[in-house]
Design a protein around this ligand. Structure first.
Ligand code: PHE
Length: 354
């Protein structure tokens, strides 16, 4: 083609450019258009290879004509490219404006301990400071450990005090943590300071303050010259520390075959502040600490020299203490798996149950 034809071709190519550019819907589409026009094999780009076919004296202006067109087209593509960039930036600004940093975020589920566990840990810390070790015994016990070793032989009427879940293998679900007294005496001998938190089971009618599953912390101190005042002093210290203030207590005689004498240490009902409510059975007092001096038969069964040693034992009602501490009116809340009891036990006790 001669120079005139070339100029016509260039004009035709250029005339189409604005239309195809405005049809391009994305930066990628723009890039492929660019190479389709200006690339080596593109409609305009491929003309460069034809320069050599022109007479020597024309090659200069042929080259200039092609390059000038190339520059103009490049300018148009660049302009369109900037339009895309501006649109993207505007979209980002819109997204940033739509984000409101004052809105509450998505809630993050948080773990919390069960009220009984919380009080258990607290009691463990208090006793560890007093030189006690923390022991554990099995929930499935032998009849011997749960009863006989604790001075409750087969014929003893006290077996009826604790309605028992008997298992088909002849063992029992322990009715109290007291079997750990016997286990610890055999394991450590005297002198001895242990506590044993754990789950206990009784086959009894469920009400606001009784459930078939509950927690106790057994305590046992064996040493020389131990007597009831040591026990009472320790009980008061324990309750005051857990409740974080001076707790009103009363001491009554109590009967348990494995202690002599036996006592009941009651605390002021924190739900009604001693006035009387369903939780304390209108008495204003809650039985939290049955206790006493370890019966000599129990010491002997544990291999302890009763000439040298005496000891006290208690069976802290951990579930009841947790109810008092967190204002939970009904023991059943603690075994339902209701997660609200974990987050705010006081609210659950106050709102759902009064
Ligand atoms: N084991 C008794 C009960 O569960 C409580 C207790 C423990 C009493 C230790 C005295 C001494 O009822």
């Amino acid at each position: 083609m001669d120079f005139d034809e070339l100029q016509n071709t260039i004009r035709t190519i250029e005339a189409k450019v604005p239309g195809v550019l405005s049809d391009a819907g994305s930066i990628d589409a723009l890039r492929s258009l660019e190479s389709g026009i200006l690339g080596k094999k593109g409609s305009l780009g491929s003309l460069i290879a034809t320069i050599g076919r022109y007479p020597q004296d024309q090659r200069g202006k042929v080259g200039q004509a092609i390059n000038a067109a190339k520059g103009r087209i490049k300018g148009l593509i660049e302009k369109r490219f900037k339009e895309f960039q501006a649109a993207d930036a505007a979209e980002e600004v819109d997204a940033a404006a739509a984000f409101d940093p004052t809105l509450p975020g998505d809630p993050i589920p948080m773990g919390a301990v069960h009220p009984v566990t919380a009080v258990q840990w607290e009691v463990e810390r208090i006793f560890e400071r007093l030189g006690f070790t923390v022991e554990a015994g099995p929930a499935m016990e032998t009849e011997y450990n749960n009863f006989d070793a604790l001075n409750i032989p087969d014929t003893h009427p006290a077996r009826d005090m604790q309605d028992t879940f008997w298992l088909t293998n002849g063992m029992v679900l322990r009715t109290h943590t007291s079997p750990v007294q016997h286990r610890s005496m055999l394991k450590f001998g005297a002198p001895l300071r242990v506590i044993a938190p754990g789950q206990c089971f009784r086959y009894e009618t469920v009400d606001a303050s009784h459930d078939t599953t509950f927690y106790q912390i057994e305590g046992l101190l064996i040493d020389r010259d131990i007597s009831i005042p040591n026990l009472i002093a320790m009980a008061k210290l324990l309750l005051n520390e857990v409740m974080q203030r001076e707790v009103k207590v009363r001491v009554r005689p109590g009967y348990f075959p494995f202690v002599e004498p036996g006592i009941e240490i009651d605390m002021n009902c924190e739900i009604c502040d001693g006035v009387g409510c369903a939780t304390c059975k209108q008495s204003g007092w809650v039985e939290v600490l049955p206790a006493g001096m370890v019966h000599p038969s129990v010491l002997k069964a544990g291999g302890i020299d009763t000439e040298q040693y005496t000891g006290f034992a208690f069976g802290l009602g951990l579930t009841r203490l947790a109810m008092m501490k967190y204002g939970i009116r009904d023991i059943r809340v603690l075994n339902t798996g209701d997660l609200r009891a974990l987050v705010s036990p006081r609210r659950l006790g106050g709102v759902l149950l009064c």
